[in-house]
Write a protein that binds this ligand. Structure first.
Ligand code: 4AD
Ligand code: MG
Length: 477
């Protein structure tokens, strides 16, 4: 008999039919009731075993974590909290799970513990919900751009450039580390390396994305990016996925419009297609927040917060306005920030971003026109000579979720900025060429996919919304 997914059984209005269900045992009670989960939904299906006609040997093997195939009749359940159950007529153990050794007991485990057994944590309700939401969000990203006619460009993973000019890169090499070839001056001779030059994992697909946008008009990337920054925070990964749209003929306002539209669209998709999972995550979060003092709890529950973001325009503010707000804030005056804001030009820390979003505006914020000193070389310079057409989208609980800008399309200005910032402009002739041949105003941004998933799931640590987190001193699995 063909297998039916639990989700399809629970969402149909049929009963009294034969079905075969395969999944993993969550619990087994009274030698009779299996809570079976196959990952198609947060809900388990109760399979009722005919224990009088099942051998003792088989009954013993129905343990938490075991994989079973159950065939029987789907009937309307008399039990509480479930529409249907499966009255088993045959049961086969597909894979045993020794209850003495299986690390996932049918009880609540801490997220820290589950991180150590990340190979098994998919099997918990929380993580299966997270990964279903993650999947819907990634599909929604593609849907959004495809509906708008953007072309998905696959930019390289291995590059010889540092797109952000920030130098936080993982080197890629096949040289013998014990005995690398040296140049006459004693430096490592990368001309003998695999690519004949020094290479690294990409930190961003933007620069290559810009090249494509200068022909296809509207493109996006969606791929892995790598940063060797030694940031051990709940919002940084060494390997993360980024979505980078790049659009010819867009200015900063168009860019902001697109960023807001994208975020609202994908959150709406999650609300529409992950209602059960979000409800579960909502309750999980409420439970978790009970441990916190009242003043640290969220003002809105998860689902209301998502709806709020979908329904309200993001607040657009200049960096200069933000600095004034922060400088005048009670938080600053009472020295509650770790980094006090004393003058224009200061880089904003996540505590400042979150203050603006959570305490001051109480909604998502788009900060624009940052000082050029704290932003990348490719951002379009404003007439004031001090600021650039940058934008960061800041979200509650997250801080920066998007970073982007209108790009400097004027060859001379770009070259000058590259020189000032010691960006190797000769090697980057290909980037400058777009400004020499048919340049046009254009803009784009990067959305950190994990930060989006973090926001939508209400999870609090970025290590818990990617399958296998890569962070400093940790590359397990
Ligand atoms: O602000 P970032 O560094 O911008 C860029 O890389 C630009 N090239 C984007 C563009 O304009 N096309 O990174 C963009 C976003 C951040 O806003 C953040 O959401 C995410 O990427 N991000 C990280 N996410 C997880 N771990 C990290 N270490 C991250 N660094 C950045
Ligand atoms: Mg940034």
């Amino acid at each position: 008999m063909k297998r039916i997914k639990i989700k399809d059984i629970l969402s149909s209005d049929k009963s009294q039919y034969e079905a075969c269900v395969k999944g993993w045992v969550r619990t087994f009670r009274n030698n009779q009731f299996i809570a079976l989960n196959d990952g198609s939904t947060i809900h388990n299906l109760q399979a009722v075993v005919d224990f009088e006609n099942t051998s003792e040997e088989i009954l013993k093997r129905i343990t938490t974590g075991a994989c079973v195939s159950v065939t029987g009749t789907i009937i309307t359940s008399l039990g509480k909290g479930q529409k249907y159950e499966l009255k088993a007529s045959a049961l086969e153990i597909l894979g045993d799970s020794d209850p003495e050794k299986y690390p996932l007991q049918p009880k609540k485990h801490s997220l820290e513990f589950l991180r150590e057994i990340a190979h098994l944590r998919f099997r918990t309700s929380t993580f299966s919900a997270v990964f279903r939401v993650r999947n819907v969000l990634s599909h929604a990203v593609h849907k959004f751009f495809q509906e708008k006619g953007f072309a998905w460009i696959h930019t390289p993973i291995i590059t010889a450039s540092d797109a952000e000019g920030a130098g936080q890169m993982f080197r890629v090499t096949t040289l013998d580390l014990k005995n690398p070839p040296k140049t006459e001056s004693g430096e490592i001779d990368f001309s003998q390396d695999f690519f004949g030059k020094s290479t690294n994992l990409t930190v961003s697909g933007q620069l290559e994305g810009e090249l494509a946008a200068m022909a296809l008009s509207e493109i996006y990337t969606f791929g892995p990016t790598f940063r060797a920054e030694n940031s051990n925070t709940t919002r940084h990964l060494a390997e993360f996925w980024m979505i980078e749209p790049e659009m010819a003929f867009y200015d900063l306002n168009d860019n902001m419009d697109l960023a807001q539209e994208l975020l609202q669209y994908v959150i709406k998709e999650a609300l529409a297609h992950c209602a059960d999972d979000l409800q579960f995550l909502n309750e999980r979060l409420l439970e978790e927040e009970k441990q916190k003092p009242q003043n640290e709890r969220s003002e809105m529950n998860l689902v209301d917060k998502l709806k709020f973001c979908v329904e309200n325009d993001f607040q657009r503010v200049t960096y200069t306005e933000a600095i004034d707000i922060l400088r005048e804030s009670n938080h600053n005056k009472k020295k509650k920030f770790s980094y006090l804001i004393d003058k224009w030009g200061a880089d904003l820390q996540s505590e400042h971003e979150r203050y603006l979003v959570e305490k001051h505006f109480k909604k998502p914020v788009i900060l624009i026109d940052y000082p050029k000193e704290i932003k990348a070389f490719y951002m379009r310079q404003n007439e004031d000579g001090k600021t650039v057409r940058a934008m960061d989208v800041l979200f509650p609980g997250i801080g920066e979720i998007i970073g982007g800008s209108q790009r400097e399309e004027r060859y001379d200005k770009l070259l000058q900025r590259m020189q000032e910032m010691h960006i190797p402009h000769e090697e980057m002739y290909w980037y400058l060429d777009t400004r020499r041949f048919g340049a046009c105003p254009h803009a784009g941004f990067g959305l950190g996919f994990e930060r989006l998933v973090l926001f939508v799931t209400g999870m609090t640590n970025i290590r818990d919304i990617i399958a296998f987190a890569r962070t400093p001193k940790n590359c397990e699995f």
